[in-house]
Design a protein around this ligand. Structure first.
Ligand SMILES: *Cc1c(COP(=O)(O)O)cnc(C)c1O
Length: 360
């Protein structure tokens, strides 16, 4: 067996320890005589798995009691519709467009009501986060929507926007559990887990209770009402059982590593290794403004497409895989989520140094 250093943006690297544990439990989960994949979601054994997962997530993020935790399906993209269907009471919401995922959410929002673009960084190919300290925010907005970490472009909000009292909704798919958060500042925090937590197929929604109502837009399907899933504690229908089980293991792994403060420290240390190298390199450059750099997704270019392609090819052969940038941006992108060991980044930087020398 040989594992590569996987810099994929998602589905992405998971802690090796978690994968080994899951492998050990594959045929017989804790004496049940079956795999978690094979058991009823209504069984006692599974009930403990999902309840423990929720509790561990609550512990990690310090989630206040007046917030629900929902384990749903449909990818982060389904939330682009579920959010307006459930929250757009006045049929008007504000969106800050800082990348493709925010833009998709904004466009989806338009289907259900008036989606107001409050700010955008599209003028400079999403290479920065706009100043959101004093935006002109109409009073009658139902919520202000952001994508907190822009997976494709590699930017992250370092301070949350001033929503002037409006409910903040955040897509945190690619920065979930990468650092401590103050949940009380948000109405909804959600993310697909395949970036930083677990296998694709699970979306976690953390939502303040007063936002969960019967009063959804007409025609909202039962399955797309937060209330349906909240009332049934994420067991209205069969949930993505196995995915939730793996998420639960990752939560325990993060706890063991010291929780979110420790994760942040570790992530800062890891990202610094790569950014410091980029800042002094004559060949490779980071593509976003320094103040807004993400700790999770690091895009960079050589400025020469052929050289980029050569780099990606040689890196792959050397065991550093999935470094090709998003198809809309080009260049390279190293996604260095929680589970990427520091050693992976050190070795990548060594490889980049060598490549720079050889191709100078
Ligand atoms: C990957 C990603 C999405 C889309 O996730 P799906 O689960 O594929 O729908 C949405 N938002 C962000 C920030 C992402 O990184």
């Amino acid at each position: 067996m040989s594992r590569v250093y996987n810099f994929s943006a998602g589905p992405a690297v998971l802690p090796e320890e978690v994968l080994r544990e899951a492998a050990d439990e594959m045929l017989d989960y804790q004496g049940s005589g079956m795999s978690v994949m094979e058991m009823s979601h209504r069984s006692k054994v599974y009930d403990k798995i999902i309840k423990d997962a929720e509790q561990d997530l609550r512990d990690l993020m310090n989630i206040p009691d007046n917030y629900k935790v929902l384990f749903l399906q449909g990818g982060a993209s389904q939330q682009f519709a579920m959010i307006p269907m459930n929250l757009m009471k006045n049929r008007k919401a504000g969106y800050i467009v800082t990348g493709q995922w925010a833009k998709k959410a904004f466009q989806e929002g338009k289907i259900y009501g008036e989606a107001v673009k409050l700010a955008s960084s599209e003028d400079k190919t999403f290479s920065y986060i706009p100043d959101c300290s004093d935006l002109a925010i109409p009073d009658d907005l139902d919520y202000v929507y952001i994508c907190e970490n822009n997976t494709i472009y590699g930017t992250k909000y370092k301070t949350l926007p001033n929503t002037k009292g409006h409910t903040l909704v955040a897509d945190v798919s690619s920065c979930f559990l990468s650092e401590p958060v103050d949940v009380s500042k948000y109405g909804v925090i959600y993310g697909g887990v395949q970036k930083n937590i677990g296998p694709a197929g699970v979306v976690i929604v953390i939502i303040r209770e007063d936002l969960i109502t019967e009063d959804t837009l007409p025609g909202t399907p039962t399955m797309l009402k937060y209330k349906t899933h909240s009332d049934a504690e994420s067991l209205y229908n069969t949930p993505p059982c196995y995915g939730i089980y793996i998420c639960g293991k990752v939560f325990k792994w993060i706890k063991k590593m010291g929780g979110l403060s420790a994760m942040k420290e570790r992530n800062e240390e890891k990202a610094k290794i790569l950014y410091d190298f980029l800042d002094q390199s004559k060949m490779f450059q980071g593509t976003v403004v320094k103040e807004d750099r993400s700790l999770m997704n690091v895009p960079f270019v050589t400025g020469n497409e052929e050289l980029d392609a050569k780099f990606v090819k040689e890196a792959t052969a050397a065991g550093f895989v999935n470094l090709k940038g998003h198809r809309t941006v080009g260049g390279m992108r190293a996604s260095i989520y929680n589970a990427m060991p520091k050693e992976g980044i050190e070795k990548l930087v060594d490889f980049m140094k060598k490549f720079e020398e050889e191709n100078a």
